[in-house]
Design a protein around this ligand. Structure first.
Ligand SMILES: [Zn+2]
Length: 120
């Protein structure tokens, strides 16, 4: 499965149902990539990473799984997938988080969103 294939899947997101759209996003981008794009610190930890929790801003308390599918915060016990991370970090709903992620996946996020503004 190539990156082009994944981008193509997300590009057809408007024809996918909500679950398929979310899955296409989760297949294409990891929480580690998203956290870094949002300005989080990112530290190797065990099999995955430690990053800034989107709720506990300023604390590197979010443990991210090895492939970036899930995170959970050791401080506030918040947890979720890449869409949940973006929703919490940006304070947006599901649809807006999906659009932001799809923009990043397509490499257009720089044009419509500043990076590094949420953490640090
Ligand atoms: Zn937290």
């Amino acid at each position: 499965m190539t990156a082009d294939y994944l981008i193509g899947e997300v590009g057809r997101a408007d024809t996918l149902n909500r679950r398929d759209r979310a899955q296409a996003i989760k297949d294409a981008i990891g929480i580690d990539d998203v956290a870094e794009a949002l300005g989080s610190r990112l530290q190797p930890h065990a099999e995955g990473w430690l990053a800034d929790c989107p709720d506990c801003k300023g604390e590197v308390t979010a443990k991210i799984s090895a492939h970036g599918e899930h995170f959970h915060c050791t401080a506030c016990r918040g947890a979720g997938d890449v869409i949940g991370y973006v929703r919490a970090a940006r304070g947006t709903g599901f649809g807006e988080a999906c659009r932001w992620l799809e923009g990043r996946i397509e490499g257009k996020a720089g044009a419509c969103d500043k990076t590094g503004e949420l953490f640090g």
